[in-house]
Design a protein. Structure first.
Length: 222
């Protein structure tokens, strides 16, 4: 009676071992297909670990001094540039911050300090940077701006602080160490509008401003 096939009628279906094995294989294949598709679509692991720490910029960790191919991108990038140089015959410390709305145009604010012995001066200016972006590490540019010079005579006798208008213009050259870092050198001519004792009218004083420093770039694109 146990071998009578009629006993299973209406209660279930007898499944042979081979059929069960085939069903199990088909089920595993169906389950594995979505997992394989998700694994294929997932990006490769780009994590880079340096000295036990995960690098925030993996591409820079892999090749610290490599440049992306093509023309240097300047559009929608910020740059902060500390530098050191001379203003006339005196030392000059300068800090610049620039924003590039397009690939060829940039706006820059600068603050410079001339720590002279008898007098010291602070020069703040706003400039326009004009570029012709090139492929490679060397990137030239032109600059023109307006600002003011505040001269403090310090302990000098019979002298008082003065503030004068100034126009600046010149050119510079950047050498990119990597995509977000460059060495920047620049020469400008500063025309300071002042006055001279015993002479009427405005007197223009010319000063050569030469600096070298670094530029740190960051993109503001999402």
């Amino acid at each position: 009676m146990a071998d009578d096939p009629r006993l299973g009628a209406g209660r279930g279906v007898a499944v042979r071992p081979r059929a069960a094995l085939r069903l199990a294989l088909v089920g595993l294949a169906l389950l594995a297909s979505p997992l394989a598709a998700r694994a294929a679509d997932a990006p490769a692991d780009s994590t880079v670990v340096v000295n036990g720490l995960e690098a925030l910029r993996p591409e820079a960790a892999r090749a610290p001094f490599a440049l992306a191919p093509g023309v240097r991108p300047f559009r929608e990038r910020l740059a902060v540039s500390p530098g050191y140089g001379v203003l006339g015959h005196d030392r000059l410390f300068v800090l610049r911050a620039a924003y590039h709305p397009t690939s060829w145009l940039g706006y820059e604010a600068a603050l410079g300090h001339d720590p002279g012995q008898a007098v010291q001066a602070v020069l703040h200016s706003f400039s326009v940077l004009l570029r012709w972006p090139l492929a490679g590490r060397l990137q030239p540019y032109a600059a023109a701006g307006y600002g003011m010079v505040m001269v403090d005579p310090g302990p000098s006798i019979n002298a008082k602080p003065v503030t004068k208008n100034a126009l600046t213009g010149g050119a510079g050259l950047e050498w990119f160490i990597r995509d977000d870092l460059s060495v920047r050198s620049e020469v400008r001519q500063a025309a300071v509008f002042g006055e001279q004792r015993g002479q009427q009218g405005v007197v223009v004083y010319d000063y050569t401003q030469a600096t070298i420093g670094l530029s740190f770039y960051r993109s503001i694109r999402p």
